[in-house]
Design a protein around this ligand. Structure first.
Ligand code: C2E
Ligand code: MG
Ligand code: MG
Length: 748
């Protein structure tokens, strides 16, 4: 019992002593008090622990005082910028500081009694935490980075050190976690990584130099662009890339800009390791140190070879025709201006030639655009061959070309170039297995003779070109005053044609076709005339081309067909001898109209048997739209109509080619018949045509017989039929009826 009393007594004495010691100490922080309360004083009530833990601690007062001092230091240090969180051995939070509250968003009250799991971000898996705990348990400390979740929900990275606080017997009594929000440094670090990535993966080449322009660093794009590896350039200056294309002045200006404005931007030609010079677009910026002195230069460059090429291409396209590569109108006009100035200085002439292909549209329509393009290219090439380097050839668009000749002495020089061009272009052109023939109509105006003004010169050449087209194509025409008058006239005609159709101002005249062996009138060619209210009776030469241009030729052709058929039936019914009425058909009627339908309805309306109708087709029509025309012609032929080829010999078709169309008759062009007597070549030609036609079972009609000599020559060659002023001029229907009545009785 004594022993027990002594024991209890000593406990109380011990406890009393401790209490006295604490009372004697200067005031300590509430935290420390509670720490002591929780950690120490409560232990007093546990005798067993007292013996094992507290007793040894209290045994040495000096030791205790030391501990207390340390705690005091700790307390002062507690309110730092770093968050401090203290948990008990079971990881229940028992204390946090203000920095903790700031970083986590939780107040102390909210977290006391909670575990640090309240801060968990969900970013780390269980393995991470078990690793952390293992380290803590085994080494007593863990340091690392981890993500926490702020009270408001967002995540933040922190760098933390967790230490296990042990008592003297080595048992963990607390854990102290000290951590920092490292969002900012993390961001900076990420940006650094990003910058490095940008630097390396940029498609632009980077060069970083020191203040002395010695290269410190280059990226992958630099190597790709220049061919130099980093090792080859580091320590060198960018002059290693010098292309030699810029003078000293260029670099002087460049560095002046860098030094004055801290920046330079522009185009620079460098040289690759391979020796090839290439254009770059880039900038150089200066980096200054704290003292404001340049510490580095950063150059960023990109290869603009492609862009440069595209620019050159755009520049080229602005002044050239894409298809042929010839200068375009803009450039040609610039050249024309120069040519005029030169003509003034040298007293020579400058010439404008307007060229237009005669049958381009139909080639394009029938063979397709690819063939059309190839044809244009060939024509462009031939035009280049016919002219001098100082002349300018331009494609104005479509099938129109413009040529500017400078330093021309006289009209003879112009004529010889024009003839050369015509001859060159009319040679057959082979495209994709097709033999094409084309020709040009050329209009010419001359500076300073025709005008001193560019626009006027161009207009005059244009007018002359139209005149060339009208006078049979494949010719050149110099501008004359008369053409101007004609041009006005055309305008007038264009306006009048529609009215003429509506008001019935057209009439047909008929010219007899005579069988040369029997002298009998076997046919009549219907030839249109315009009974113009002011200008009187106009021949077709005055308005057919205009009608074709405006498309009115289709309606006009329909009318001719109907009228000719009607007239033929009327003559038959009047008891006149049977004859075939021949109607001229324009190529346009094939293309724009429905010729078959028109023919059928004209026959049906009139009641004329198809064999009494002959269609006169032109050679050029048959050459142009081959397949389409071939089909249409065959169908027409199947109706039982007669087909003839008008003006034969003026085109470029071969007889055997035309035979494919199953035509019945060839009409030998008037020009050959007319010159037969004077030009032996024409006589041979006519004879050959007749013989060849016969061998192909084709009938021949000679047009334009004007005298007895021609007639007898043709009879001698066994030409089948004749037509011309020698027999009769084209005449109105009633006159023709009288003629026919008379001729029927007495053969011509
Ligand atoms: P074409 O079809 O070759 O007609 C023959 C032309 O030669 C006619 O001229 C005729 O008057 C003329 N002629 C006939 N014999 C002689 C002669 O001995 N000497 C001379 N110097 N000339 C003679 P026209 O009537 O002026 O017709 C000219 C062209 O107009 C025709 O040439 C034809 O291509 C076209 N044409 C006439 N009528 C029509 C028509 O209804 N439709 C179409 N599309 N064209 C037509
Ligand atoms: Mg005719
Ligand atoms: Mg003819």
């Amino acid at each position: 019992m004594r022993l027990i009393l002594v024991l209890v007594g000593s406990i109380f004495v011990g406890e009393l002593l401790i209490m006295l010691i604490f009372a004697a100490l200067p005031p300590i922080s509430p935290w420390l008090e509670s720490f002591i309360d929780a950690g120490l004083i409560s232990l007093f009530s546990t005798p067993i622990l007292y013996f094992f833990v507290f007793r040894p601690m209290t045994r040495n007062i000096a030791e205790l005082r030391q501990t207390k001092d340390q705690l005091r230091v700790t307390a002062t240090a507690f309110e730092t910028n770093e968050a401090i969180m203290i948990t008990d051995a079971d990881a229940n939070i028992i204390r946090v500081n203000r920095a903790f509250e700031r970083i986590t968003g939780y107040s102390e009250n909210e977290v006391i009694g909670q575990t640090p799991r309240i801060l968990k971000s969900g970013r780390h898996d269980e393995d991470f935490y078990s690793g952390l705990w293992q380290a803590l348990l085994s080494t007593g400390a863990w340091t690392g980075e981890l993500w926490d979740r702020h009270k408001k929900g967002h995540l933040y990275p922190k760098k933390a050190t967790i230490t296990a606080v042990k008592n003297t017997s080595g048992k963990t009594i607390q854990y102290v976690a000290i951590f920092n929000d490292i969002s900012e440094s993390k961001l900076a670090e990420e940006q650094l990584v990003l910058s490095a990535k940008v630097f390396e993966s940029s498609r632009e080449s980077f060069i970083i130099t020191d203040a002395n322009e010695r290269i410190l660093k280059v990226n992958r794009a630099f190597t790709a662009l220049t061919g130099y590896s980093p090792a080859e350039v580091i320590g060198q200056t960018p002059r290693i890339l010098s292309s030699g294309r810029h003078d000293a002045d260029f670099f002087k200006r460049m560095w002046h800009s860098v030094r004055t404005f801290g920046y330079w931007q522009g185009e620079i030609w460098d040289r690759r390791k391979s020796g090839e010079a290439f254009p770059q677009w880039g900038s150089i910026a200066v980096v200054r140190d704290a003292a404001g002195q340049p510490s580095n230069y950063i150059g960023v460059f990109s290869d603009i070879t492609e862009r440069k090429a595209a620019e050159e291409r755009i520049e080229f396209l602005a002044y050239h025709d894409v298809l042929t590569g010839l200068p375009n109108r803009r450039l040609a006009l610039d050249h024309l201006e120069l040519a005029l100035a030169y003509a003034d200085r040298s007293g020579t002439k400058a010439v404008v030639l307007f060229l237009d292909l005669d049958n381009f549209k139909s080639i394009n329509d029938s063979f397709g655009h690819a063939v059309g393009d190839a044809l244009l290219n060939t024509v462009a090439k031939r035009l280049r061959e016919c002219t001098r380097d100082t002349d300018t050839i331009c494609r104005q668009g479509g099938d129109e070309f413009l040529i500017v000749l400078s330093n021309v002495a006289d009209a003879d020089a112009i004529t010889s170039i024009a003839v050369k061009i015509l001859e060159s272009v009319e040679k057959p052109i082979h495209v994709e297995g097709n033999e094409l023939s084309t020709s040009l109509s050329i209009g010419i105006s001359v500076y300073p003779d025709d005008s001193r003004d560019i626009d006027t010169l161009l207009n005059l050449a244009d007018t002359a070109m139209y005149s060339a087209k009208e006078s049979g194509r494949n010719v050149y025409r110099f501008y004359t005053e008369q053409m101007n008058a004609d041009a006005h006239d055309h305008q007038h005609i264009r306006v009048g044609l529609r009215r003429a159709l509506e008001q019935g101002e057209f009439v047909l005249h008929y010219q007899p076709q005579v069988d040369l062996s029997s002298g009998a009138v076997i046919g009549a060619e219907a030839l249109i005339r315009w009974n113009h209210p002011e200008q009187g009776l106009l021949p077709p030469g005055r308005f057919i081309a205009v009608a074709e241009d405006s498309g009115l030729i289709v309606q006009m052709g329909d009318w001719v067909l109907r009228e000719a058929c009607r007239q033929a039936v009327e003559w038959r019914e009047a008891g006149l001898p049977e004859l075939v009425v021949a109607v001229n058909v324009s190529a346009m009627q094939f293309k724009r109209g429905d010729l078959e339908q028109s023919v059928l309805s004209a026959l049906k309306e009139s009641g004329l048997a198809p064999k009494f109708l002959e269609l006169e087709l032109t050679e050029s029509l048959l050459i142009q739209d081959t397949e389409k025309v071939l089909e249409a012609v065959r169908r027409l032929k199947a109706f039982g109509l007669q087909l003839s080829i008008d003006d034969f010999g003026t085109g470029y078709s071969s007889l055997s080619y035309l035979k494919r169309f199953n035509v019945d008759t060839l009409k030998i062009d008037r020009s050959f018949v007319c010159d037969m007597a004077a030009d032996p070549n024409d006589a041979v030609l006519v004879r050959t045509i007749i013989q060849m036609a016969r061998s192909l079972s084709l009938k021949t009609i000679a047009e334009g017989i004007e005298d007895e000599l021609q007639l007898s020559f043709l009879r001698l060659q066994y030409c089948d039929v004749g037509q011309g002023y020698y027999f009769a001029r084209p005449m109105p229907a009633d006159e023709f009826a009288r003629y026919l009545a008379h001729a029927g009785r007495a053969s011509v």
